[in-house]
Design a protein around this ligand. Structure first.
Ligand SMILES: Nc1ncnc2c1ncn2[C@@H]1O[C@H](COP(=O)(O)OP(=O)(O)OP(=O)(O)O)[C@@H](O)[C@H]1O
Ligand SMILES: [Mg+2]
Length: 326
């Protein structure tokens, strides 16, 4: 499969008055055409900042892309002018967020908002735009789309609102859909339905998807590949099945233990001890050192590199570099 997106050595920092936040610190990965890739990690690990950097919608200042390349369909987005970026962003990459209410206008009917978006993007106007908007509502499995066209956002459930946002994201037939925690605010059954919908639409529209979440349990059935991020760096990359079967990084192992077991709901939920480090200084060694159950002396002062441990399975951890560094 060909790459649709290739992110290379991306560094995004925030320059605040008296300090720098090293939010994304040398991140590289790729997404192939038609692939669903999940980016997972705890709060503050740099997932959203990675997405905003790719989309070109990072608040600058205080944000600053220090280095890196974002090659989308053969073109480096970071070297593009804002104007060109805007057209790629609107047409070829779409993004959906955790809370649809922040993107929907509460004063306007949802159908009208989709119709407007179709008109702005020159996809249709007038009656045709209305018909297309209803068609899109149907595509995202909203029941009685003709009726729902006239609903205000507050009249819809959280799951339905997220479906409306997905409908909007589809307007331009994007090649890449970035979904930043789209199901986090929803209850488990609705979450599963939205994931199913994204998977179906991916096939129908032949899109690639970057699915961001802090919950490893959510992505089992949807992602082809998983990127595990911690403190601004990718710690592990593997196919979903391989990652579940054979997690290498102690952080990934910790995240696995945090997945609630449906067959044993009484079991106390595991959490990884300690907190995500503040990103105000570049750590001398492995950023997971303080929390790691397997830490060794050398982890403290030496940054491990991302190595290919087995075919297509990458990890950034000294446990797997044994022998290579002696
Ligand atoms: N506008 C900003 N100004 C300063 N620091 C920021 C800004 N946006 C993000 N950061 C910092 O960058 C780091 C990464 O944040 P990011 O939002 O990418 O985390 P995340 O992995 O998406 O977490 P969550 O799961 O909570 O959404 C955090 O330390 C955050 O405080
Ligand atoms: Mg986020």
């Amino acid at each position: 499969m060909k790459n649709l997106l290739k992110v290379e050595n991306l560094k995004t920092h925030f320059k605040l008055d008296d300090k720098t936040v090293y939010a994304v610190n040398d991140v590289s990965f790729e997404i192939k055409k038609g692939e669903i890739v999940a980016l997972i990690g705890e709060s503050g690990s740099g997932k959203s900042v990675t997405a905003l950097s790719i989309m070109g919608i990072l608040p600058m200042p205080p944000g600053e892309i220090k280095s890196g390349e974002v090659i989308f369909d053969g073109e480096d987005l970071l070297s593009k002018k804002r104007k060109d970026l805007k057209s790629i962003r609107g047409n070829e990459i779409s993004m959906i967020y955790q809370e649809p209410m922040t993107s929907l206008n509460p004063m306007l009917k949802v159908g009208y908002q989709i119709k407007e978006a179709l008109t702005i993007h020159n996809k249709a106007k007038g009656k045709e735009a209305k018909a297309k908007a209803i068609e899109l509502l149907r595509k995202v499995d909203i029941p009685e789309p003709e009726k729902r066209y006239n609903s205000y956002p507050y009249e819809l459930s959280g799951g339905m609102r997220q479906r409306v946002m997905i409908a909007m994201a589809l307007i331009c037939n994007p090649k890449l859909l970035i979904a930043d925690e789209p199901t986090t605010a929803l209850d488990v059954t609705i979450q599963a339905e939205i994931l199913e919908l994204i998977k179906d639409l991916k096939n129908e529209y032949n899109m690639s998807v970057l699915f961001i979440t802090h919950d490893l349990g959510v992505v089992t059935n949807i992602a082809d590949r998983i990127l595990v991020m911690y403190a601004g760096k990718i710690r592990e990359i593997a196919d979903t099945k391989e990652l579940y079967k054979n997690p290498l990084h102690p952080y990934t192992v910790g995240l696995m233990k945090c997945i609630p077991r449906l067959n044993d709901p009484t079991k106390k939920l595991y959490t990884i001890d300690g907190n995500v480090p503040d990103l105000l200084k570049e750590p001398k060694g492995c950023a997971f050192y303080e929390r790691c159950e397997k830490r060794m002396d050398k982890c403290k002062d030496n940054v491990p590199s991302l190595i290919e441990y087995s075919t297509d399975h990458y990890v950034r951890c000294w446990l797997y570099e044994e022998g290579k560094n002696e």
